[in-house]
Ligand binder design. Structure first.
Ligand SMILES: Nc1ncnc2c1ncn2[C@@H]1O[C@H](COP(=O)(O)OP(=O)(O)O)[C@@H](O)[C@H]1O
Ligand SMILES: [Mg+2]
Length: 319
């Protein structure tokens, strides 16, 4: 039953395919959902935003679905919402972190988390100069990444130079290219840790045997986990020191819903390289390990909505 008391949850989204599981989970919590599609639109600077709480579900790969303005418009919308004191789950600071792998690297290091060496470069000359500073193999990726965009392995600056001379080099939004030390993993998998509201939800392994596109959602991967062999549970403990650091990072950097990825080298060193804010959980894996990721998101949103009502009423109980 939809609650008359709880505030509406306004969901900023760009990809309709990702909405049904979120919407169903929120409605199961009795929350009223208002979907706000973001790509083209307007913001009246003199107007107040609609009531309710807000949730940002804009993905850094939105331009690949034809929504080329979604990220920029969301940036302005979030500023406007936060300016007016609206409660936004994964607000502007989370958006900015998700939209730049350079910023992710800086923030990870601030929290004492090991990262692969990372350089951002714009322009051919600077890409080649940066490439020449790597001793071993490196990969390129888009600073505003997602879906494995722009990911390619190079063995040196000369190989990158030949690739840049070809016609199909795509530097991505803002032509901001990341060059990153390639971590050789003896076992072909990466680990992804899901955190919601400062709590560990699940950890999963994704096989890298077939390449770098590892979107875990049901839309990207409708195949059952065991049949595709792509995803499986991870033995990572919820109180692993790395998980504790991730949780602290999420709390301090204002990222309330996060999927964080690391890869392990032959000496067991774990390198973290990706922070996502718009996870779509794989239901098959969820059933296998007995964790409903989207259900956890919805429970968190319900808690935020409840706290919002009490704050508005000035009745937050003190004990
Ligand atoms: N530094 C790295 N060393 C080895 N493999 C990497 C590295 N960075 C990324 N990868 C591989 O490429 C995949 C996609 O990279 P990622 O940075 O997560 O981009 P996206 O944001 O597109 O998901 C990773 O899941 C991993 O398998
Ligand atoms: Mg990734």
């Amino acid at each position: 039953m939809i609650s008359a008391v709880l505030p509406t949850v306004n969901v900023l989204y760009e990809n309709p395919a990702w909405i049904p599981p979120l919407r169903e989970a929120l409605e199961r919590q009795g929350l009223r959902v208002r979907l706000v599609h973001v790509d083209e639109g307007s913001i009246d600077a003199s107007a107040l935003p609609p009531d309710g709480i807000w949730m940002n579900r804009i993905s850094p790969s939105s331009h690949t679905r034809g929504h080329v303005h979604a990220v920029e418009l969301t940036r302005q919308l979030l500023y406007w919402l936060e300016f007016h004191g609206r409660r936004v789950i994964n607000g502007l600071s989370a958006l900015e972190l998700e939209m730049s792998k350079l910023r992710q690297d800086l923030v990870l290091r601030r929290h004492g988390i090991r990262v692969p060496r990372t350089v951002l470069a714009v322009g051919r000359e600077h890409l080649l100069a940066a490439a020449a500073t790597f001793d071993g193999p490196f990969i390129t990726k888009h600073d505003q990444g997602g879906k494995g965009l722009g990911i390619r392995l190079f063995r040196g600056a000369a190989e990158l130079g030949r690739h840049l001379d070809g016609r199909n080099f795509d530097a991505g939004p803002g032509a901001r290219v990341i060059l990153q030390e390639y971590i050789v993993a003896p076992e072909a998998f990466i680990t992804r840790v899901e955190i919601v509201g400062g709590r560990f939800v699940l950890a999963m392994r994704s096989s890298t045997a077939d390449g770098f596109e590892l979107c875990p959602s049901d839309v990207c991967n409708p195949m059952p986990v065991n049949a595709s062999g792509l995803f499986g549970p991870s033995p990572l403990a919820p109180d692993d020191p790395l998980v504790c650091k991730y949780i602290r990072l999420c709390l301090e950097e204002g990222i309330e819903i996060a999927g964080i990825e690391f890869v392990e080298d032959g000496r067991g060193r774990r390198y973290t390289y990706d922070i996502n804010g718009t996870t779509n959980y794989n239901k098959v894996l969820g059933r296998q390990i007995g964790v409903d990721g989207m259900g956890e998101v919805a429970r968190y949103v319900h808690w935020v909505a409840g706290a919002f009502v009490e704050l508005e009423a000035g009745s937050l109980r003190q004990v």
